[in-house]
Design a protein around this ligand. Structure first.
Ligand SMILES: [Zn+2]
Length: 399
């Protein structure tokens, strides 16, 4: 019996040991999987060992972005290179308008030709990232070519409207950065100062946006919240919409004028770039180009496309009792009170050299009560206001 007993006891013991060992091994495996889960996910997505090692150095949020991609980003072209920041910069630029291939070309060119120079000239990683995100290779090349250090450019590049190519001139003026930028890069805010430059305004929603010849919004831009203005219309007007904020202000102005027995009406408010083009072409067919360009803006350059401007008229003009709006009691009242509702007389008679537009007593622009009041009280134009305050929105040179 004993002979049978001991082996059986041993058998049982052995089975326990085996079971425990298996459990232990499974636990170790589970632990390893747990500890390396991110690494495993990355490798399932197709990142190789070196790429994984780099990605794991990123902070949580950056890493999460990589984990959210369906597949690995194709970094094959960068395999032979040693600089891991390529990967990071790819991520950085993937929210720009650049296509994948353009991003890869851009980053390649940067590391081949410029990276060392920037590092040697005091640019920190954060600053380099910002430059890469914001500027073209041509602009980076310009910084290098002109040996501009971070310390030199920093006060300027944070100001809206700073143009890289103008940096050496800003530095020469020794003026306050904003003043230097306005003077050097935007002399043609004042229309009599001609340049061939065209500037692009990428935030057409901004209520104080300076749009005029040379300062353009996308011809595709259509304001949100366009509403029909609830005041009378000139008989043949089909453009009686404005942005809601401007429409409400105009309705209030209309009602208050009515209390004084003054009868305002809308001649033309929002116009799409397409409608603007039709008017533009008509004017050029009738007048010589100098006259025509003083009378009407090209598509993309007109205030009417913003939904913030209105050409006013009055019942007396509609009834042909008075020939033009500028001679009416309504004009007299509006020119003194429009600012209380947020409107400015945009193209005054004595400012045509600044605005570049001929006297337009009917054209009013909504900019909000605060700005309108300042412009009215100082007797200035939107151009001069912009010169004094700088751009409160991004402006870039159109390439
Ligand atoms: Zn107008």
């Amino acid at each position: 019996m004993n002979l049978h007993y001991y082996p059986r006891e041993n058998d049982k013991k052995e089975r326990w040991i085996t079971l425990l060992s298996i459990l232990l091994i499974l636990a170790v495996i589970a632990m390893l999987i747990f500890l390396n889960w991110t690494r495993i996910q990355l490798s399932i997505k197709g990142y190789n060992k070196e790429e994984r090692a780099f990605l794991l150095t990123l902070d949580k949020e950056e890493l999460a972005d990589y984990l959210n991609y369906d597949n690995a980003i194709d970094f094959s072209r960068w395999d032979s290179l040693e600089n891991n920041r390529h990967y990071y910069n790819y991520e950085l630029l993937s929210d720009t308008e650049l296509k994948d291939k353009e991003i890869v070309d851009y980053i390649d060119t940067y590391y081949e030709n410029y990276h060392e120079w920037f590092v040697a000239h005091g640019y920190q990683p954060k600053q380099i990232q910002m430059l890469l995100h914001r500027y073209t290779i041509k602009e980076l090349a310009f910084l290098k070519e002109h040996t501009l250090t971070w310390k030199q450019i920093a006060p300027y590049i944070e100001i809206n409207g700073c143009i890289i190519q103008d940096l050496p001139q800003y530095l020469q003026t020794k003026k306050e950065p904003q003043e230097a930028i306005m003077e050097i890069s935007y002399p043609n805010i004042i229309s009599q100062n001609k340049t061939s430059r065209i500037y692009y305004l990428e935030n057409p929603e901004h209520p104080v946006l300076l749009i005029k010849n040379g300062f353009q919004v996308s011809t595709d831009y259509v304001p949100k919240n366009l509403v029909e203005v609830a005041i009378p219309n000139a008989p043949d007007n089909t453009n009686n919409k404005m942005r809601k904020d401007a429409a409400e202000a105009l309705e209030n102005m209309y009602q208050d004028a009515l209390k004084k027995d003054l009868h305002l009406a809308v001649n033309s408010a929002y116009r799409s770039a397409k409608e603007q083009k039709i008017i533009y072409d008509q004017m050029f067919a009738i007048y010589d180009s100098v006259t025509a360009s003083g009378l009407v803006s090209p598509p993309g350059f007109s205030e009417h496309q913003l939904g913030l401007s209105v050409d006013l008229t009055s019942q007396s003009v509609i009834d042909e009792e008075i020939p033009v709006f500028g001679y009416t009691k309504e004009y007299e009242w509006v020119s003194k009170h429009a600012h209380e509702y947020g409107f400015i007389l945009r193209y005054p008679l004595n400012k045509t050299h600044i605005t570049g537009a001929s006297n337009e007593p009917w054209h009013f622009r909504f900019v909000g009560v605060e700005v309108a009041t300042e412009i009215y009280e100082k007797g200035i134009t939107l151009e001069e206001y912009t010169q004094q305050h700088g751009f409160d929105y991004p402006v870039s040179l159109k390439s």
